[in-house]
Design a protein around this ligand. Structure first.
Ligand code: GDP
Length: 493
């Protein structure tokens, strides 16, 4: 990978806009820009200045532009960088880029500006990856986590651990040189203490991935329940105010709908599913199977039931079949608006009526339980009404939009609770997670062997731990790794 070429690409998205920005980076960036610019002599201008002029191709004026100059090393790539702001026409942008290529620049590959920033020491690898995350961020929380990583929170923490470990590695290497004499330069107790500390930090980072990943990608949240429980109505109620700003994601299966709901800065990917029921035919069975699969891939399950229609047996049966380890199930009774406010009846009266019921439905007496002296908007069913013992219970009316905000808060709490304080370092990248796990494994092997094995084995595992830690920040890289990371960037970044 050589940096002696000057690269060029549009920095603004393809399409018509008020302005378009073209970026040049490399040793000849200023010379090349100067050769097509009529205004001032750019070679004589100071860094971080902007100049008005025209881009001319021979005698033809292509556009009137503003040119920003960043002279090496005071630029994003640490090379000479020129940014040309022109009118945002696809034709003008293409024409200027073609002209710059004719004058000696070459088209930049995806992520090549950021790759150069990394190779020139402006950013470490995890910071470069944070640039991509920042561009892709679509919620307050994902923007903040990416920004924290870009500022280097993650890297500096790992770098200082790595530096300490490097010291031990060199002392143990020294022991290898004096193998005959059976000396110990690296104090084993100190090494144990250091590894304990490092694994503490690494353990926290590994554990942060679940939340970090949820913030970056959105928390999968399934709405499931029997047909007519009100799932689609609830989805609409949840998305009500948000609809204008949510993006519509195509569902991965044809019979589920996915929408994004933002609650307190976190994106929740809501998945409405085919109703669960006793499948009567093969096609329906596939739908139910897909629902179960979707539930398996989710962090939160909103189990919705029609409080007027369900029997205790059905309720317990549903809860039992839907409950999966690792998934938080919120039990939500719907259609409480159908319950009449009857001030006069006491619970005793209701009990009598209920006992007469043959249908098995919990609130078989149409109109539901009595609601003494309560406005409907303040009315809530209790877990005891259903014989449930759970804290994750709520009653709502999807149709009348009663207690929907309360449900949103419950959904948020199920995923985030008080886990997010704002300035913590969260791992959001699977590559980092894997490297951290391998580091931890290698260090555990060092700990296990510390009093038993010879220095050369210890040295091997310490080196391996250093290697994996280095992979995160880019202290250790291969061309394949870089290619893999930067090819996912957009052109011009
Ligand atoms: P799904 O099959 O679970 O998606 O259920 P739908 O959302 O299609 O709703 C089924 C029926 O129940 C529709 O007629 C809705 O208008 C009605 N419904 C949904 N939620 C409520 C509610 O909170 N109160 C009342 N009274 N009706 C509701």
């Amino acid at each position: 990978m050589t940096n002696d070429q000057t690269i060029v690409a549009p920095a603004t998205p393809n399409g018509i806009g008020a302005i378009g920005i073209i970026r040049l980076s490399g040793p000849d960036a200023i010379t090349i820009a100067n050769s097509v610019f009529s205004g001032k002599d750019l070679a004589k201008q100071a860094s971080h200045t902007i100049h008005l002029g025209k881009i001319v191709d021979g005698g033809l004026v292509l556009d009137e532009v503003l040119v920003s100059l960043f002279i090496a090393p005071r630029s994003y790539t640490r090379e000479n960088v020129v940014e040309i702001s022109c009118h945002g026409s696809v034709y003008i942008i293409e024409s200027i880029i073609k002209l710059l290529i004719k004058k000696g620049a070459r088209p930049a590959k995806a992520g090549e500006f950021t790759l150069r920033a990394f190779l020139n020491g402006q950013l470490d690898l995890s910071q470069a990856e944070a640039v991509a995350d920042l561009i892709a961020s679509n919620s307050k929380a994902s923007q903040q986590v990416a920004f924290q990583q870009l500022r280097g929170g993650f890297s500096s923490q790992l770098q200082s651990l790595r530096d300490q470990l490097v010291q031990f590695a060199s002392l143990i290497e020294l022991e290898l040189d004096f193998a005959e004499e059976d000396v110990e330069f690296a104090n084993r107790d100190q090494l144990k203490k250091l590894i304990g500390e490092i694994n503490g930090v690494i353990g926290n980072l590994i554990r942060s991935f679940e939340l970090g990943n949820a913030i970056k990608k959105g928390v999968n949240t399934v709405i499931a329940g029997r047909p007519n429980a009100g799932k689609s109505t609830l989805l609409n109620a949840l998305l009500n105010e948000e609809r204008a700003i949510v993006s519509h994601l195509p569902g991965t299966t044809r019979d589920t709908i996915e929408e994004v709901l933002n609650i307190n800065g976190i994106n929740f990917r809501l998945i409405d599913t085919a109703g669960i029921r006793e499948a009567t035919d093969a096609i329906e069975q596939i739908g139910v199977q897909r629902t179960m699969e979707k539930i398996g891939q989710s962090a939160i399950l909103v189990y919705l039931f029609d409080a007027n229609e369900i029997t205790i047996e059905e309720l317990n049966q549903d809860i039992e079949s839907l409950q999966k380890p690792g998934i938080t199930m919120l039990k939500v009774a719907n259609k409480i608006d159908l319950f009449e406010v009857r001030k006069s009846e006491s619970p005793k009266v209701r009990k009598k009526k209920e006992n007469k019921s043959k249908s098995g439905k919990i609130f078989s007496d149409k109109g539901g339980p009595p609601i003494p002296n309560t406005k409907l908007s303040d009315f809530r069913l209790q877990t005891s009404d259903f014989g449930l013992r759970t804290s994750d219970f709520l009653s709502i009316s999807a149709k009348e939009k009663l207690h929907i905000d309360e449900l949103k808060q419950h959904i948020y709490n199920s995923a985030i609770k008080d886990k997010l304080t704002g300035d913590e370092t969260l791992v959001t990248n699977i590559r980092h997670l894997e490297a951290l796990q391998k580091t931890e494994e290698a260090l555990l092997r060092v700990l296990e062997g510390i009093d038993i094995v010879t220095s050369d084995f210890l040295a091997m595992d310490i080196k391996l731990a250093l290697h994996y830690l280095g992979e995160i920040t880019g202290a250790v890289t291969t061309d394949d790794l870089l290619e893999n990371i930067f090819s996912k960037f957009c052109i011009g970044k």
